[in-house]
Design a binder for this molecule. Structure first.
Ligand code: ASP
Length: 329
């Protein structure tokens, strides 16, 4: 992993290259009377910077947001050094790498896989579920069977480093996800393309050392991801159980539909998480939940439970990492 200085340098170079290669596309949205800032892509955590670059190559060539988000999240999925997504992801308590992913387009087409083993790109299997089956979600063995029937390759996803750590973990077998540390983390990505259409994708290996069969928010449409082409899109990261409890991303999008800005919508969803933690007498400091949102005008925002969550934004002005504002101060 590069150090912070290198990272900033790389990001600055990437931003310059983006500027040189693209022109700002803006138009007046007559309905709202607002300038539409498009194309634009946003994604969770710092691996979002590289993921955004891949998405941007699609968007800057007037490609579809759906293709952009799939190409984008495939970057951390394929990277064995990213230990919370795809290949290289940390295993469950039985030593099995099980992946969750979903995708949603501008027509409300949806596809999702959960607890999928041995396939490096669960997002592409989710897209195949969306495009080639009459269903929207496949899990476990059935998802694997379908993936193989579609020509996806069966591979071992457990890298040496993850196996070593898992064996160390077995000594205590204490399940306690650490806030903001990469024993979880998800890439959620949402984009608005040149044609003004929204799509999103979300993919993760979930909480490290989870129970075998545990599914988080990430593959659940409405929880870890939601897209409404009239209004906006949202995606989530953090403790999936808490995101599912409030149907998080659907809530964020509905709040934007009621007129809230992306930031205010994310804030209200986080407030809901906070409230339910209190009702359930659970310690808020033990969890992280972060939302990012993008509306139809290309405005974006985020909010999370506690400091440490960041997200990457890429448009014609560059690709940058932004620290999300948070509740627990
Ligand atoms: N939301 C993911 C899950 O619960 C993990 C994360 O984003 O940190 O599986």
């Amino acid at each position: 992993m590069s150090d912070r200085r290198n990272f900033i340098k790389t990001s600055a170079l990437a931003a310059t290259a983006l500027l040189a290669n693209s022109k700002i596309s803006a138009e007046v949205n007559n309905k709202a009377g607002k300038e539409v800032k498009k194309p634009i892509v946003i994604s969770t955590w710092k691996f979002g910077i590289q993921a955004n670059e891949a998405a941007w190559t699609v968007l800057k060539n007037k490609g579809r947001a759906l293709d952009a988000v799939e190409a984008g999240v495939m970057v951390p999925e394929a990277d064995p050094a990213e230990r919370s997504v795809g290949y290289g992801g940390r295993p469950d308590r039985d030593g099995k790498v099980t992946l969750d992913a979903c995708i949603m387009d501008e027509f409300a087409n949806i596809g999702s896989v959960a607890a999928l083993e041995f396939i490096k790109h669960p997002v592409s299997v989710a897209r195949a579920v969306m495009e080639k089956t009459p269903h929207v979600m496949l899990v476990g063995e059935g998802a694997l069977q379908f993936a193989l029937s579609q020509g996806f390759k069966k591979e071992n996803l457990l890298v040496e480093e993850s196996e070593k750590e898992w064996k160390e973990w077995l000594r205590s077998s204490n399940y306690k996800p650490v806030v903001n540390i990469e024993n979880h983390d998800t890439i959620g990505m949402i984009a608005l393309d040149e044609n003004g259409n929204l799509s999103g994708a979300c993919t993760t290996s979930g909480m490290a050392y989870k129970m075998h069969g545990r599914v988080g928010d990430s593959p659940i449409i409405g929880a870890g991801l939601y897209v409404d082409n009239e209004t906006g899109a949202a995606t989530a990261t953090g403790h999936g159980e808490e995101v599912i409890r409030i149907a998080g991303c659907h809530l964020v999008v509905e709040l934007m539909r009621q007129g809230k800005s992306p930031t205010d919508a994310c804030t209200e969803a986080v407030n809901r998480v906070v409230k339910l933690m209190k009702v359930r007498k659970k310690e808020l400091k033990d969890i992280q939940v972060g939302f990012i949102a993008l509306n139809k005008n290309g405005d974006y925002g985020s909010y999370c439970v506690q400091s440490g969550f960041n997200y990457a934004v890429c448009d014609a002005t560059g690709n940058r990492l932004i620290d999300a504002d948070y509740h627990l101060k």
